[in-house]
Design a protein around this ligand. Structure first.
Ligand SMILES: Cc1cc2nc3c(=O)[nH]c(=O)nc-3n(C[C@H](O)[C@H](O)[C@H](O)COP(=O)(O)O)c2cc1C
Length: 389
């Protein structure tokens, strides 16, 4: 199976979804260990602080020495700032691939017309894309776009958004098959992925369409591609506490048998390795606080009991984590299996539905299909680090 994004050929049509607070360099290195040769996207950074030289933002743009392509997601809705950020990053040789975030559903973002509100203004969307793509082109850096189905069921924008992306020359599009209103609730509506693929094909576009939403196990990806005709999959929450999922996906998508779910002993080993890598990256104090959420994800579906979960969720040092792991292995043994259906326990975000917040008049004069005329540039200045998808 051959699949590429821009000039990068992948071992399988699989991309790690950018996840704020998760897909940093150690997490991606861990995933690559199970499955080299895929695209693993860094957590989102904002275009504005990239341009202003913010130290924290720049420290988030960190890649492994062996990482290729170095993929970064950028968030921004001011075309000029976006172009400047892309130029700076490409000119400094810091990235090989840029993904643009048009799917952030956070009310504090959409209320200002940013994130997932941008596709409701197709000409603003076009301007941001054009600016980013023209800044990246001289460096041969492909630009991709990630978006949702639309704002709510009466305001779906995915077909128009895909069309604008294709016209502006993105290397691929990825769609999370939920609306902003849905947030993370309910099921991802894969049929919308099929509609998008069909629409772009009808228009004569061959850009890859990647489906996103609710791939929890490797066979879900096979099913999504069969049902929708999409070219590949983007994996978010399914890999939380399960970084080996990427290896399983390569097997499944190449028609090979997939390994059974990992036993507890192997899971704990990977978990401790992950914590060690994060400590090296962030320092023990910061890393172990950040790692608490990961312990919950690694343990989801394993019958280790509430007391163990509670202890993991309060770990402050690597030594403490290792002590708890030793106690768990003593108590239940390394051969403990995941409970039936444990892989599909929802983790990461599960919230929604939510009321969609937009600037006053944001949809005036717009329809899903209109190529609306003028646009106002939203103010991104207030947006700090957030979970953007
Ligand atoms: C913790 C977390 C952080 C996320 N951060 C981002 C982000 O920064 N940018 C983005 O485009 N999507 C973000 N998302 C959304 C995911 O990329 C993905 O679209 C969504 O989780 C649906 O896919 P899934 O069902 O495979 O998880 C985030 C999701 C989670 C759970």
């Amino acid at each position: 199976m051959t699949f590429s994004i821009g000039q990068y050929g992948l071992a399988a049509p699989v991309v790690l979804a950018p996840m704020a607070g998760v897909t940093n360099a150690p997490f991606r290195a861990l995933c690559r260990r199970f499955a080299p040769g895929l695209v693993y996207v860094n957590e989102m950074v904002m275009a504005t602080p990239v341009v202003h030289g913010n130290a924290k933002t720049h420290s988030m743009i960190t890649f492994g020495d062996d990482e290729h392509p170095r993929s970064l997601q950028l968030y921004g809705s001011d075309p000029q700032i976006m172009g400047e950020a892309v130029h700076l990053l490409c000119d400094a040789g810091r990235v090989d691939h840029i993904d643009l975030n048009f799917g952030c559903p956070a009310a504090k973002v959409t209320r200002r017309g940013g994130g997932a509100a941008v596709p409701a203004r197709p000409e603003l969307l076009r301007a941001v894309l054009r600016s980013a793509i023209s800044a990246a082109a001289p460096y041969g850096v492909p630009v991709t776009a990630k978006f949702r189905m639309g704002l709510f069921d009466d305001w779906l924008t995915h077909l128009r958004t895909g069309e604008v992306c294709a016209e502006e020359g993105v290397a691929s599009v990825a769609m999370h098959a939920r609306t902003v209103e849905q947030h993370y609730s309910g099921e991802a509506r894969w049929e919308a992925i099929g509609e998008l693929k069909e629409h772009l094909t009808d228009l004569g576009s061959t850009i890859p369409v990647l489906g996103n939403g609710d791939v929890w196990e490797a066979h879900d990806a096979v099913r999504m591609m069969e049902q929708t005709g999409c070219d590949g999959v983007v994996i978010g929450r399914g890999c939380l506490g399960r970084p080996w999922l990427f290896g399983d996906l390569i097997d499944a998508l190449n028609g090979r048998e997939v390994r059974p779910s990992r036993r507890l002993g192997e899971v704990l080993e990977v978990m401790v390795d992950h914590a060690r890598m994060l400590v090296e990256h962030l320092g023990e104090n910061h890393a172990m606080r950040d790692f608490r959420k990961h312990t919950g994800w690694y343990m989801s579906g394993y019958p280790v009991g509430p007391e163990v979960r509670r202890r993991f969720s309060m770990t402050a040092t690597l030594g403490e984590l290792e002590d708890i792991v030793a106690d768990v292995l003593d108590a239940v043994g390394p051969d403990t299996s995941i409970v039936e259906g444990g892989e599909r326990i929802k983790r990461g975000h599960t919230n929604g539905p939510t009321k969609v917040a937009l600037p006053d008049g944001w949809l005036d004069g717009q329809t899903r299909d209109s190529l609306a005329t003028d646009f106002a540039v939203p103010d991104d200045g207030h947006v700090l680090a957030m979970s953007g998808g």
